[in-house]
Design a protein around this ligand. Structure first.
Ligand code: GTR
Length: 422
């Protein structure tokens, strides 16, 4: 016993030495996150045409969200809501995500399956179909909803944009899925719904004819500034919200929209276009999502618009290599969601998505939250790896590991959501 006690300080010392040695190559657990230099080197070697080196990020000046196109300073919430917000929204529609059609349509929902005692009675699960009709023509996409059974009052909810696959009701019941952890959401007191992006607008270059955009356009090709897939998927999230609004056990004023990667770009834009969403959660969304375009770190405007031409409207591709000419940058997407909640999450090996740029845009939106009387993250220093930061309407974490969305991210996001929605 005595001997063991003596051993403890020795073990601790060795552990500290090992940790310090590791820390000098990566970072120590209490300091602001920095990209691992070894990883930077490795990625630079693998993809020479892209920049992963912080010192090579171009110097840039971000457009001020509180200065209008004509140079007027926005000094009051009224000036923001009545003028500048609309101006910014239009800029993003015309230059980045495209403009949604204003064609009239009708919408109805059909229930195709139901299980009332899911997860040992904790939830009711339903498979639904959203049916969009224009005259005689119709377009539909499926989605799945779960409602907590034992809530004493209407619950908040999360609409999850699933860019990977469709999770039918039966599959959600059988197999836990960290990408959309239904049981976890229910246990934490949230209703949840999800659909698959490709059911709305196929996620491929040549999928236009089979998607909602062609349906709205009566088969005509899209104009240069018409909506593209990200906007179409965000539109679908709003239709799911239309359905949630009809459910008494859901409090429709407390609904978040979430997504990973291309789904995270979509969740941000969905909340810009639809002010009913109380929070947008963007996980590892990177270029065209939370990351600042002007940093041109990892994935760039040039690269994303050539690999995924169906995501962004035509004008966005004109800023390839000319990001500094963009009349907007991605911090203004976050500003458009203010004064509502925004949660951004990064992963430390996912340098392609530019964690620093994702964090920086959250911070650069702070003046808008402040103008609207809300607190938000302002510190330019990123939190340490694995340490969540929450201030008022915004939250952030960077976890170790690669590009992905799992229960750790969800748990932290829900901790943030609880502060605003519970
Ligand atoms: C990457 C792409 C990103 C991101 C991601 C995803 O390959 O470059 O913009 O959206 O895919 O959606 O998984």
């Amino acid at each position: 016993m005595q001997r063991n006690l003596l051993l403890i300080p020795i073990v601790l010392t060795i552990a500290t030495m090992m940790f310090t040695a590791r820390a000098s190559i990566s970072q120590d657990a209490s300091s602001s996150w920095q990209a691992d230099p070894d990883l930077v080197e490795k990625l630079t070697r693998q993809r020479r045409e892209f920049n992963y080196v912080e010192s090579k990020v171009p110097t840039y000046t971000l457009p001020d969200p509180l200065v209008t196109r004509t140079g007027q300073h926005v000094g009051s919430p009224k000036e923001w809501h009545d003028g500048r917000r609309g101006e910014l929204l239009d800029l993003f529609r015309d230059q980045v995500y495209g403009r949604r059609p204003d064609t009239e349509y009708s919408l109805r929902f059909e229930q195709t399956a139901e299980v009332t005692q899911a997860f040992d009675g904790a939830a009711t699960g339903r498979e639904m179909k959203a049916i969009v009709e224009i005259g005689e023509r119709s377009f539909s996409f499926p989605f799945v909803v779960f409602l907590p059974n034992n809530a004493s009052r209407p619950t908040p909810a999360v609409v999850h944009i699933n860019n990977r696959y469709f999770v039918p009701l039966a599959t959600a019941l059988e197999k836990p899925d960290p990408f959309w952890p239904v049981k976890m959401l229910i246990d934490r007191g949230y209703a949840t719904a999800s659909f698959h992006t490709s059911h709305v607008d196929p996620d491929k270059k040549d999928g236009y004819a089979d998607g909602i955009r062609a349906f709205f356009a009566g088969g005509d090709p899209p104009s240069d500034t018409a909506w593209r897939s990200l906007s179409a998927w965000g539109w679908a999230a709003s239709r799911v919200l239309d359905h949630l609004e009809t459910i008494d056990s859901i409090d429709a004023a407390r609904v978040a929209v979430s997504g990973h990667s291309r789904g995270g770009k979509t969740s941000l834009w969905a909340a810009c276009e639809d002010e009913r969403f109380a929070i947008a959660y963007s996980n590892n969304s990177g270029c065209g999502g939370a990351a600042l375009s002007r940093r041109a770190y990892g994935e760039t405007v040039g690269r994303i618009t050539s690999s995924f031409p169906h995501w962004f409207c035509k004008p966005f591709s004109n800023y390839a290599g000319r990001e500094h000419e963009l009349p907007i940058d991605q911090h203004e997407v976050i500003a458009l969601i203010a004064p509502r909640g925004v949660y951004v999450a990064s992963a430390d090996e996912d340098l392609w998505a530019d964690p620093k740029g994702e964090y920086a845009s959250l911070v650069a939106a702070a003046p808008v939250f402040e103008l609207l009387g809300k607190r938000s993250i302002e510190s330019p220093r990123m939190p340490p790896l694995g340490q969540q930061r929450i201030k008022g309407q915004t939250g952030y974490h960077i976890r170790s590991g690669g590009h992905g969305l799992g229960e750790l991210d969800w748990g932290l996001f829900l901790d943030f959501a609880d502060t605003l929605l519970k």
